[in-house]
Ligand binder design. Structure first.
Ligand SMILES: C[S@@+](CC[C@H](N)C(=O)[O-])C[C@H]1O[C@@H](n2cnc3c(N)ncnc32)[C@H](O)[C@@H]1O
Length: 263
């Protein structure tokens, strides 16, 4: 055990704010053309990897549906769903990620609400406030998931749906330098992995950079079992490769689930 006394939300807020300034892929807003097409019904959004999410996972008509884009800032999914007719709230821990959504909304005349906070605490929202929670790959940035699933269940209406993307925990078995520099799969970490339990602050700074976000692997019990324990029924599952990682030919990096709050 290393320096586990670290505040992941505070650290990752700064890390993601910095990613925005650096032009991270997941902080790059959609274009005005994308928004214009979405207004005509021609749209797609990403849940895992780079492929569009299966449209059958979302309501055919989003008009007037209350959608929570959870830990989904960056000016990506929220503006597209708003242009498609949904009443969108984007919730994220990074002020700059939310700023990207507000920028697109102002640029393209979209109505969209942004709320700053930690995905483990959705007390900003009442019970049964949403029809859809769209949660792209982001729970890797929090150490514990039970509260996330519990809160998603609470804020959804009966019959409401939760679309979640998350990382295959096996990704964290491997030595990141050997992968990035030599494309070699060298097993170095025991699971569950986290940057804070496996490395000291000095080691993290040397390996990943002092500003890198803190990441936590989560077991499939915590991901899938956690949703079931919160009361959801799982109705969809898919997986996708990483877009560029050297381990991509060997395994799926991403999993996605569709879950329903029983009506
Ligand atoms: C990979 S990005 C996901 C958003 C992106 N639009 C996408 O499609 O993947 C991860 C997001 O999780 C957010 N995040 C990290 N920790 C969080 C937390 N504790 N609560 C809420 N959001 C968090 C980051 O600020 C970032 O916007």
């Amino acid at each position: 055990m290393r320096d586990v006394v670290v505040d992941p939300a505070a650290h990752n807020r700064e890390a993601w704010d910095k990613y925005v300034q650096e032009g991270n892929e997941w902080s790059t807003p959609v274009s005005a053309e994308d928004v214009g097409r979405a207004r005509t019904g021609d749209w797609s959004i990403v849940l895992i990897g780079r492929e569009p999410v299966d449209r059958s996972w979302l309501p055919a008509d989003l008009t007037g549906r209350d959608v929570l884009c959870l830990a989904s800032g960056g000016g990506q999914q929220g503006p597209i769903l708003a242009a498609a007719g949904a009443r969108v709230t984007v919730f994220d821990n990074s002020p700059r990620q939310l700023g990207q959504d507000r920028m697109v909304a102002a640029r393209d005349g979209l109505e969209l609400r942004t709320v700053l906070g930690d995905m483990r605490d959705l007390s900003a929202f009442g019970d049964a406030a949403f029809d859809v929670v769209f949660h792209p790959v982001s729970n890797v940035f929090v150490p514990d998931l039970a509260a996330v699933w519990r809160e998603c269940f609470r804020v959804l209406r009966p019959g409401g749906i939760l679309l979640s993307g998350f990382l295959n925990p096996d990704v964290y078995l491997f030595d990141h330098e050997a992968l990035d520099e030599r494309g070699e799969l060298v097993v170095v970490h025991k699971l569950p992995y986290s940057d804070v339990t496996h490395y000291s602050a000095e080691e993290r700074a040397a390996k990943f950079g002092a500003d890198a976000p803190l990441e936590y692997s989560h077991s499939l019990t915590d991901q899938i079992g956690g949703q079931l324990a919160a009361g959801f029924a799982l109705t969809g599952f898919t997986e996708a490769p990483h877009q560029s990682n050297a381990s991509a030919p060997y395994m799926s990096h991403y999993f996605a689930t569709l879950a329903v709050k029983p009506g």
